[in-house]
Design a protein around this ligand. Structure first.
Ligand code: URA
Length: 213
């Protein structure tokens, strides 16, 4: 077992021990650390370049991610891809993962509606997230939304005041804080949606331009 160097002490004091992302993914396939595995189709592990300097962290897989086993391939993922393009940040340069690796949902007829992971589920899953970060040793982590920020820094870090800023926690990679792309999909007012989208692209551009000092 490794003591997590990268995850907030409030959330994960110990993380999985593996030498590679492939080995970690293999271990995670049998994960029963919380109850979410019971209803999900499969674990959705992080994917991308193992040499990635930037790690993007979302909240949890959605319906399409659960079915395909790949992160950010549904509506929020497509929007993320467009915004990454506009920001000049190549997804191939990144590793894309989630704070929680199983889809949490409630059933409404045939539909499966996203349900927010709770603090305990995020904490349990930090076992995997912390290990991913320990292996990848990224130069920058981008938290997409409040759950990812919570997974790294615990309850004290708040999304709204930190949004667009790069935080420098001791002995951990810098963290660029931004919103989750699904937030943009929920904004009804078109002008506000466009404004928030421009800010999101600008945050991603900051990540693309980031050079560690
Ligand atoms: N939302 C997330 O946070 N992650 C995904 O993989 C898809 C949607």
């Amino acid at each position: 077992m490794n003591i997590a160097a990268n995850v907030g002490p409030a959330l994960a004091l110990e993380v999985a021990d593996a030498d590679s992302i492939a080995e970690l993914r293999h271990q995670a396939e049998g994960c029963t650390r919380c109850d979410l595995y019971r209803n999900a189709t499969q674990i959705v592990f992080g994917e991308g370049s193992v040499k990635a300097e930037i790690v993007l962290i979302g909240e949890q897989p959605g319906d399409q991610e659960d079915l395909t086993g790949r992160p950010f391939v549904g509506p929020a993922g497509r929007l993320l891809d467009h915004c990454l393009d506009e920001a000049g940040l190549d997804r191939q340069r990144c590793f894309v993962t989630n704070a929680v690796k199983h889809f949490k949902f409630t059933s409404r007829g045939k539909r499966r509606l996203h349900s927010k992971p709770n603090a305990g589920e995020i904490r349990r899953c930090a076992w995997w997230l912390g290990a991913e970060l320990n292996i990848l040793q990224p130069k920058l982590v981008v938290t997409l939304g409040a759950s990812a920020l919570y997974a790294l820094l615990g309850p004290k870090a708040k999304l709204t005041p930190e949004r667009g800023h790069i935080l420098h926690p001791a002995n951990r990679p810098p963290i660029l804080v931004t919103i989750h792309p699904s937030y943009l999909l929920r904004i009804r007012d078109k002008e506000e949606q466009q404004r928030q989208r421009r800010e999101f692209v600008s945050d991603l551009h900051k990540a693309a331009a980031f050079r560690p000092s």
